[in-house]
Design a protein around this ligand. Structure first.
Ligand code: FA5
Length: 347
């Protein structure tokens, strides 16, 4: 009898001790240690089952039953504690590693169209509304198309106007202007009437400065047909400047010389910055040159397959970089092809 009491008392004491220790436990490692101490095969509680033979035979079932109760009770408390600790761990993590959804997101950098692609498209659109279609010709040209057929034979002093990049192949050059496209278009469409814009990169062996690059765009305009007059050219170009720069823009034409037109002219727009008074942008003149133009020279018409007795035409060449510089007050042409993202992302 005393053995039973003793064993049971020992068990009760052990249970109390285990429960007190469990109460103090706050972390997963200590909890596992506690389990090893009280509930594993080699634990103190399990040791009681081995000690059952010490008790009188008739008491053994009761003691065994009690030991089982203690074991089950401790297991239940263990499970409860385990859930508690896991929850506390989760709460702490949520608190520390919380996602702050109120922070503004980081925008991925998105590409965009180059300012000159946008301006070129606008130029095409304006001329398309007036019935001109885009006609493309190659950047690498023959000397013949770039000069000879445009009434600029070898050794003609006008060749000095264009500082040329030559390739290693004789007679093959980088085009210095888009005018060779005139001959290509005429030879393709003759004897039909023509209304085209010829855009593209041009190349000149120039000293680079704020207004001169060695590569730059040009947009050539060409109209060929019967009874086309200088007045048609003036009207078309004035309409273009109005649509490009606004209704109120003032323009003027000055006589000029290009071997492939007769007569030749240059068109100026009134300076936007000083409204004609004269400032540093227009060099005190009050006017800014935007294009060269003229009536297609009879020799060029003939080279293109049109009889100058029947047909006439006008041509013009404008610099879209210069157009952008005026419109957006860009003071250095080198920005366009310098690929500085800070410049490019403004447009
Ligand atoms: C010509 O190239 C003629 N082919 C234009 C023309 C066409 C006249 C049809 C008559 C009939 P010019 O060399 O002036 O002309 O160049 C025309 C435009 O190209 C200039 O007004 C300018 O806007 C641009 N340009 C010329 N050189 C450069 C350069 N180095 N850098 C940037 N733009 C340039």
């Amino acid at each position: 009898m005393s053995e039973k009491t003793e064993l049971i008392q020992e068990l009760e004491a052990l249970q109390k001790k285990a429960e007190l220790e469990l109460k103090e436990i706050q972390d997963a490692v200590s909890l596992q240690n506690w389990r090893a101490a009280y509930l594993s095969r080699s634990s103190d509680v399990m040791a009681f089952f081995k000690r059952l033979p010490e008790a009188p035979k008739e008491e053994r079932p009761k003691i065994g039953q009690f030991a089982n109760q203690v074991k089950t009770a401790l297991e239940k408390q263990f499970e409860k504690k385990e859930i508690m600790i896991k929850q506390a761990y989760l709460d702490a993590n949520l608190k520390n590693e919380r996602l702050d959804v109120t922070l503004p997101g980081r925008k991925p950098a998105r590409g965009r169209l180059h300012i000159q692609t946008l301006v070129l498209r606008e130029i095409y659109r304006i001329f398309a509304e007036m019935g001109f279609q885009v006609y493309r010709s190659p950047d690498v040209e023959s000397d013949e198309n770039n000069f000879e057929l445009l009434n600029i034979p070898a050794h003609h002093p006008a060749r000095d106007l264009w500082d040329t990049f030559y390739t290693t192949k004789p007679g093959v050059i980088m085009r210095t202007h888009t005018s060779p496209g005139q001959v290509r278009a005429m030879r393709e469409f003759s004897p039909e009437p023509i209304r085209v814009v010829l855009p593209g990169m041009c190349y000149r062996y120039e000293q680079i400065d704020a207004s001169h690059e060695i590569q730059f765009n040009q947009v050539e305009l060409l109209a060929v047909g019967k009874n086309i007059t200088f007045g048609d050219m003036k009207g078309t170009l004035e309409e273009f400047t109005k649509r490009m720069y606004g209704e109120g823009v003032r323009t003027r034409m000055r006589p000029s010389y290009f071997p492939f037109v007769e007569p030749g002219a240059e068109m100026d727009v009134e300076c936007f910055v000083c409204a004609g008074k004269g400032c540093s942008v227009c060099g005190g003149k009050g006017w800014l040159e935007i294009l060269g133009c003229g009536m297609v020279h009879p020799t060029v018409l003939r080279n293109g397959g049109y009889d100058p007795e029947i047909y006439s035409g006008f041509a013009a060449g404008l610099g879209p970089e210069r157009i952008s510089m005026l419109r957006y007050r860009i003071d250095d042409i080198r920005n366009f092809w310098g690929n500085d993202v800070r410049f490019l992302e403004q447009f």
